[in-house]
Design a protein around this ligand. Structure first.
Ligand SMILES: C[S@@+](CC[C@H](N)C(=O)[O-])C[C@H]1O[C@@H](n2cnc3c(N)ncnc32)[C@H](O)[C@@H]1O
Length: 213
């Protein structure tokens, strides 16, 4: 496993404030974290897997100050961007973790921790020989299912039509989630920069909303 380190850069602004204060670096990568370490107050927690530059995550956190949010992203530069956005928006309800998604889900948090899990435009791994790398399969579903609270939900959005069909089939064969219809009017669901760029090219995104059974 790739070991990650805290952001190694000068991190204070002219007033001495830490612009990377929203990064979460677990004290121990080999035991389940107490969620009290991440957020001072107790509130429903949502997790965004592969959060990229945080354009989706930050909008959600701004819209719902009464909830807590965790972004997971493996690339340092993107984690730094999310931290800076959270700092500029003065958000205390967002943390960003630089780590691999499956490891995070399977090992880092206590079971039944999250109210919602988001997977937005994950890498589609289009070549058939790479399909094994796709997240949307039973091992990932098991991990998401375990981490969700009993009334929790998993939300998936992709720009890749073939991945959508493939993932939908896998999800429908998995009996621990029930897929339900999801329209734009159901609740506020922000568009990431990635999605906006995609739509500007005239392409569509497809969604799955899965309730824990
Ligand atoms: C296509 S981008 C989408 C980013 C964001 N969700 C959005 O919609 O703007 C996929 C992101 O997932 C991250 N990623 C891919 N595989 C990952 C993994 N196994 N663990 C953590 N992050 C991952 C990539 O670094 C990238 O930032």
């Amino acid at each position: 496993m790739k070991v990650t380190f805290p952001i190694n850069k000068i991190s204070s602004d002219q007033l001495g404030r830490d612009v990377y204060a929203n990064e979460y670096v677990p004290r121990d990568f080999f035991s389940r974290q107490s969620l009290k370490e991440l957020f001072e107050r107790e509130a429903p927690i949502e997790i965004d897997l592969g959060c990229g530059d945080g354009s989706f995550l930050i909008q959600l956190a701004e819209k719902y100050p009464e909830r807590n949010f965790i972004g997971v992203e493996r690339l340092l530069g993107r984690v730094q961007k999310v931290c800076k956005k959270a700092f500029r928006a003065d958000l205390t309800n967002v943390k960003v973790l630089r780590l691999e998604t499956l490891y995070t889900l399977e090992w880092l948090f206590p079971k039944e921790s999250f109210s919602r899990v988001h997977l937005i435009c994950p890498d589609p791994w289009p070549k058939e020989k790479h399909h094994k790398n796709r997240l949307m399969q039973p091992r990932f579903f098991d991990a998401v299912h375990e981490l969700l609270k009993p009334d929790g939900e998993f939300l998936f959005r992709t720009d890749h039509d073939e991945y959508y069909d493939w993932a939908k089939e896998k999800m429908e064969a998995y009996d621990q989630f029930r897929t339900v219809p999801w329209t734009e009017e159901d609740f506020f669901y922000p568009k990431s920069d990635f999605q906006l760029q995609w739509e500007a090219e005239g392409k569509r995104l497809q969604n799955l909303r899965c309730l824990k059974v």
